[in-house]
Design a protein around this ligand. Structure first.
Ligand code: ARG
Length: 258
């Protein structure tokens, strides 16, 4: 996680961002600290990436790389405003003993569009990541990479429209995907939890699960009961200040799958 010390909305690269609307950096920091403390209280280790001045979106650390089996696939951001975040992530991994590090040829925004499940790596495209990066990631990870097309600009990253709950169990918002990708998802995940428009708009799919606890935005109220029925324990948190930049719980959390 990377603290939102320099968080601001100074440019707009997704429909949620409006530089004319004020952002309270202090509130964002409190909300972020609350999430970090919840992870720790649940027994998870949280590593901290130093924030860099002039990179207001760096708080969305999920976008900086994808780690599977301890192998690090670096990011190559679509927008110039975020280009400089990628080397900061690679530097962190090098300094922390990771040796299998891949600097990507094709555009991809880390876990924004790569979602590893137990058996596959799901790969979103349509707004940020290049479809060409799928072959590159499959070769590096040695895991099947399944492409999914995003069609709604509000759900510009796969992690705003789909979350892994446990193993190969997922929840997603079908309307964010092309007809073909919807059919692929229905075939792969026939028992998936399907989210409503209200819960998708509240960033309910931008959730992090440890297989039991599902940490999700408090505004996504419609997901609480369905998650309980499946045996999960919903842990609501308020990330409202970060929603102004188009990100929530998952976007600020990069998972180190060592
Ligand atoms: N403002 C950031 C952007 O548009 C938000 C990134 C959200 N991160 C995510 N994993 N969806 O790039």
């Amino acid at each position: 996680m990377c603290p939102p010390a320099h968080f601001q909305v100074t440019y707009s690269i997704n429909p949620w961002m409006d530089p004319a609307k004020p952002v309270d950096t202090a509130v964002a920091l409190l909300q972020w600290e609350d999430l970090r403390d919840r992870y720790r209280a649940l027994g998870h280790t949280v590593e901290i990436l130093e924030p860099v001045p002039g990179l207001p979106d760096m708080v969305f650390s999920a976008n900086g790389a994808t780690v599977v089996d301890g192998k690090v696939f670096g990011a190559r951001f679509a927008n110039a405003e975020r280009w400089d975040e990628a080397p900061a992530h690679l530097e962190w991994f090098r300094a922390h003993g990771y040796t299998e590090i891949h600097e990507p040829e094709h555009v991809n925004e880390g876990e924004g569009d790569f979602t590893p499940t137990a058996s596959w790596v799901l790969a979103g495209a349509g707004f940020r990541s290049s479809p060409a990066v799928r072959a590159e990631a499959q070769e590096f990870f040695g895991r099947p990479v399944i492409g999914l097309e995003l069609i709604d600009p509000r759900y510009y990253h796969l992690d705003t429209a789909l979350a892994v709950l446990d193993g190969d169990e997922v929840m997603y918002y079908p309307e964010a995907f092309s007809a073909g990708s919807r059919a692929v998802l229905a075939r792969m995940f026939p028992d998936a939890l399907l989210a409503t428009e209200d819960d998708a708009r509240a960033f309910g799919l931008n959730a992090v699960s440890d297989g039991l606890h599902v940490i999700l935005p408090v505004q996504a109220t419609g997901l609480v009961q369905p998650l309980r029925e499946r045996g999960f324990e919903p842990v609501p948190v308020d990330m409202s200040e970060l929603h102004k930049a188009g990100g929530s719980v998952k976007c600020v959390t990069q998972e180190l799958r060592d």
